[in-house]
Design a protein around this ligand. Sequence first.
Ligand code: HEC
Ligand code: HEC
Ligand code: HEC
Ligand code: HEC
Ligand code: HEC
Length: 377
Amino acid sequence: MRYFPLLLLFISFLAAKTPLENTTCKACHPIIFAEYQHSQHAKASIWNDPVHKAVWDKHPNKEQGKYTCAKCHTPSDHSLKGGRGVPAGNTVQKDEPISCQGCHRIESIEEHVHANRNVIQAKPKYFYSADAKRKGEKVIFHETSSFFGLFKKTTGSPYHDIDYGNDLFYTGKMCLGCHDHKQNGKGFALCDLGVKQGDSNATCISCHMPQKPGTMVNLKHTATHASHDMTIHRGTLAELSRYIKLSLKPASQGFTITLHNEATHTLFAQPLRVAQLRVSIHRDGKTTVLPPRQYVRVIGTQGKPSMPWLADTVLKDTSIKALETREEHFDTVLKKGDKVEIVLGYYLVNPKVAGKLGLEGDVSTAFRVLTKKVVEF
Ligand code: HEC
Ligand code: HEC
Ligand code: HEC
Ligand code: HEC
Ligand code: HEC
């Protein structure tokens, strides 16, 4: 027993030293690294996402010691692979649950009914990326020297190879191993992003990873880089407002608001969300708030809403689908001089469910505005 404290010290030393893959990337890609740290991909485990944790804490798999969420929420911690064990709180889970390599080594996506699966490239230090000008190239690091080694010329990255030939990184389909759909244990589709490309040229990458100022790497200056800050709900929401078009036109009885969704997926597809269209009319110094229209997908069993693992039916689905145009009619007759304020927003967690999950505070009380428009009549 004398050695026990020493053993503990040794174990905590080991835990503190769990090497993080992303630390290497940080040295050469500091801007992208900083954005990633802020993104929800860096916070996808139970340690940094209180909403995910709240659902996990109530999930029956927890008692069975099977963290089946790992495949999408914490794939970079290989010790949790295949739902083995529960997250114990190491640095991978806390700092890089979906590491840089967790995305850049996705070679292909296997489609399955229950949930898709990412097939990871076996070679280490071999990353896929997209650059339309270099499509198809494979950049293997090498040095060429001339004049008996006096002058050295290098190509590519001194740390890794780059493969510009993986189509999934151009179409955005590399996101769909995790994002497309997921069934629960009863074979019921809990969430389905409902992706539809239609005539749109936009991809997951063009909308969610727009080019922003700043070099993508230290060793070579580029004016812009693809943003890695995927933090809609706690950050970049306003940047997405341009993809939702709101308009108003008077109708014979009242007026109609048209909402066009340019996103190639269902809006707010995560089943905890609830979205609302709120309309208010300002007239003669007074404001009238009309009853909101609600967009929600309610899941449950035996005719009643339920927790996700129990659900086997869709009780109601008013969610706005990919590329859909939705019209809402209001029967208030507008007068000249009226100002109509239209707001499309949402609650991160349906306030009706939040209490049951033991969640409080702004996740369920803050109404987050995605887009808004004021029309003067
Ligand atoms: C020693 C510096 C260095 C380190 C460390 C490094 N990179 Fe790079 N990386 C580069 C350079 C330089 C380029 C640009 C190569 C070029 O354009 O030919 C690059 C390019 C890339 C690209 C492709 C960019 C494109 O053109 O689309 C990706 C993806 C990438 N790195 C990912 C990573 C990841 C992930 C890590 C950590 C595991 C990492 N890098 C670590 C130097 C580095
Ligand atoms: C097939 C991949 C996949 C699996 C497996 C998975 N999830 Fe998720 N989960 C996602 C994705 C992708 C999102 C982000 C969806 C979005 O924002 O629309 C997400 C989001 C969530 C959210 C909402 C988080 C928030 O901040 O609002 C909760 C809660 C959640 N998952 C719980 C779980 C639990 C609990 C498990 C395991 C029992 C699990 N998930 C398994 C892919 C998965
Ligand atoms: C035309 C632009 C556009 C394209 C293309 C697009 N999105 Fe979105 N996405 C949006 C907008 C706008 C929102 C905000 C509304 C919302 O949260 O649903 C959003 C939200 C999301 C969310 C958060 C949903 C939530 O409520 O938690 C995820 C996850 C997401 N998109 C993933 C994807 C993936 C994966 C693809 C590729 C299949 C994709 N997006 C393609 C515009 C786009
Ligand atoms: C969620 C998946 C995902 C994660 C996590 C991720 N990347 Fe990327 N990354 C991509 C995709 C997709 C592209 C291609 C973007 C494009 O076409 O412009 C990309 C592009 C890049 C590029 C090229 C940027 C440019 O402007 O062309 C570099 C460098 C890079 N990533 C490095 C990293 C590093 C370093 C990390 C971790 C700190 C990281 N990535 C994490 C998906 C990811
Ligand atoms: C390895 C699985 C995985 C891959 C690959 C992946 N994601 Fe995610 N993503 C997740 C999970 C899990 C979450 C939810 C994390 C949470 O909130 O707990 C998420 C969250 C998001 C969100 C919501 C951010 C927010 O504010 O809550 C967006 C947007 C998103 N991902 C876009 C993308 C795009 C675009 C790609 C492809 C370039 C991509 N993801 C690739 C697993 C993945």
